[in-house]
Design a binder for this molecule. Structure first.
Ligand code: FAD
Length: 512
């Protein structure tokens, strides 16, 4: 049995009843502004930003607890703005689909939910949530450590200064609260034992409180500013997306519909059909046995806790469960740890790399790149490398791409672009623009992983220096990629993207 396997938790999960001790909930809460509740407030507000789920949500639970303590109703608010980086139809559609599930799940629990779609960029971004917060007794927000979220939260704290309303941020990101590992970890091997020491405390769910006061809250915003999503069909959501001032050229994913229902369905079918083969074939792009859950985790449709418990309750063997939980708990929480303890301005910045990686990059900065491609050639998947092109096309067509190929994709972007900085910012832009899971701590930490973050030094070579090497010829030798190429061709075909043999691609010239 591996020293840090998940097997010992199986009995706990299979036999365990929810714990009554809610002290573990406190570790998830950060006070952004303390003090007593706003005496003029007539409800508790939960601003749902990243944990888009109406169940298994520690932030929602905390908001219900606070509302019940004060004897007030709870109002859950979610907004969608057109001005986040690379806002487009793909991301907007996914978020609206998530919001529709939230609206249905909260309606079933008798919780007030209001959703505002800001169509135009000229409308003030924060006015609605700020007004709602000023009229609340107490506010709960999601404590997500990356992208524009920390800035949005700070802005809310500033804008509501005069009201003095208390604001608490709740960390429902992963299995173990980020605060339990109080400093930045060097690599998986340093965070793994620390996480395992904490997992038993957080494995079983706390009982989810239900709101005691269900009287409709009186809001300071007219009801016609909100969209009722409960009964909306897919075509209605498409109409809403079309009305927004965003990039309409990145089309919704045909593979990933957003929301908790689809997330649960995927989790269940992954556990039944693919988890048993995960340890053996998880890296093989030809086999497609990974979970496809990253977008659902990113937008919070599922909690890590429910995934871990379902996996441990399943009949998959220990090797398969361990291999999967290593990714979904250890690797993912390492990425969140990186973002929590690194200033946001450095999440997409090579300055965040360890010293050995920065040193090797500075020694190889002027190495000749051959071939070298322009960013336009890369974005259009016009390189000589059939595997790289397929990975890029998969990303553009579907909003996700295979994990093993992401590593290869990243290493080759480093090899083929003029500078390391150009490579890094291209990778981030591709993820912001096309990937449905692409604004997460996993995005920033994994892209920096290609440059040595959380990794070690290897034998030195041109351009990559001492970074871990990965190349297409060894990938081709390792796996039968034909089924993968066929899948990408089908996905790209469904999106009317040209699917040509690499050597015939128009404009496929190596830059000099
Ligand atoms: C250059 C590069 C960019 C990446 N960008 C992203 C990104 O934008 N968003 C993202 O979620 N992941 C990213 N990853 C990590 C990983 O490739 C994806 O999480 C995975 O491919 C998603 O597919 P899946 O859900 O089928 O994964 P599975 O293999 O089924 O894994 C289950 C879950 O574990 C987590 N996970 C898996 N691998 C990793 C990893 N290496 N690091 C951290 N968490 C992991 C994810 O949440 C994933 O959904 C990137 C990796 C690289 C090398």
């Amino acid at each position: 049995m591996p020293k840090f396997g998940f097997t010992p938790y199986r009995d706990l999960v299979r036999g365990g009843a929810p714990t009554e001790d809610d002290s573990s909930a406190a570790a998830r809460v950060r006070t952004l502004r303390g003090g007593s509740p706003n005496p003029r407030g007539s409800y508790v507000l939960y601003w749902m930003q990243m944990f888009l789920r109406g169940a298994e949500n520690a932030a929602l639970d905390e908001a219900v607890r606070r509302a019940n303590e004060l004897g007030l109703p709870l109002v859950v608010y979610q907004g969608l703005n057109p001005n986040y980086p690379e806002a487009n139809d793909r991301t907007h559609t996914f978020i609206l689909e998530c919001a529709r599930d939230v609206s249905r799940d909260l309606a079933a629990r008798g919780i007030t939910y209001r959703f505002h779609l800001r169509r135009s960029r000229s409308e003030s971004a924060q006015s609605i949530v700020s007004e709602l917060a000023r009229a609340a007794a107490s506010v709960v927000v999601d404590d997500f450590p990356a992208f524009i979220l920390p800035r949005m939260t700070q802005s809310l704290v500033r804008r509501t200064e005069e009201s003095g309303v208390p604001i608490h941020a709740v960390d429902a990101n992963g299995l173990v609260p980020l605060a339990d590992i109080p400093d930045r970890q060097y690599a998986a091997y340093t965070i793994r034992p620390r996480l395992h020491a904490r997992i038993p405390e957080y494995l079983l769910p706390l009982p989810s409180p239900e709101p005691a006061n269900r009287t409709p809250a009186v809001l300071p915003i007219p009801e016609n500013r909100f969209e009722n999503l409960v009964a909306r069909e897919d075509s209605d959501l498409a109409t809403l997306v079309a009305e927004c001032d965003i990039d309409h050229s990145v089309l919704p994913s045909l593979l990933c519909q957003g929301g908790r229902r689809e997330g649960r369905t995927r989790l269940e079918s992954f556990i039944d059909a693919s988890l048993p083969a995960y340890a053996k074939y998880g890296n093989d792009p030809g086999r497609a046995v990974t979970s496809g859950l990253s977008a659902y985790l990113h937008f919070g449709c599922l909690s890590t806790g429910e995934i871990v418990r379902d996996v441990l309750r399943s009949s998959a063997d220990d090797e398969a469960s361990d291999a999967f939980l290593e990714q979904v708990v250890i690797r993912r929480e390492l990425a969140f740890n990186f973002c929590r303890y690194t200033p946001v301005s450095r999440h997409a910045n090579l300055e965040a790399l360890p010293d050995w990686a920065r040193k090797t990059l500075s020694e190889h900065a002027s190495d000749e790149r051959s071939p070298r491609y322009s960013l336009e050639q890369l974005e259009a998947a016009r390189t000589h490398d059939e595997i790289w092109n397929a990975a890029q096309r998969e990303l553009v067509a579907t909003g996700t791409f295979h994990g093993y190929l992401r590593m290869l994709w990243g290493k080759n972007v480093i090899r083929w672009t003029e500078t390391y900085e150009e490579a890094q910012s291209f990778m981030v832009r591709m993820h912001h623009r096309y990937a449905l899971d692409g604004r997460s701590p996993n995005t920033y930490a994994s892209i920096l992983w290609c440059f040595g973050l959380h990794d070690r030094a290897f034998r030195e070579m041109p351009v990559l220096g001492k970074l871990r090497p990965l190349n297409s010829s060894s990938t081709r030798r390792k796996f039968n990629l034909d089924p993968y190429f066929r899948r990408v061709a089908a996905a790209a075909g469904a999106r009317n993207m040209p699917v040509l043999a690499a050597e015939n691609l128009p404009g496929n010239r190596r830059a000099t």
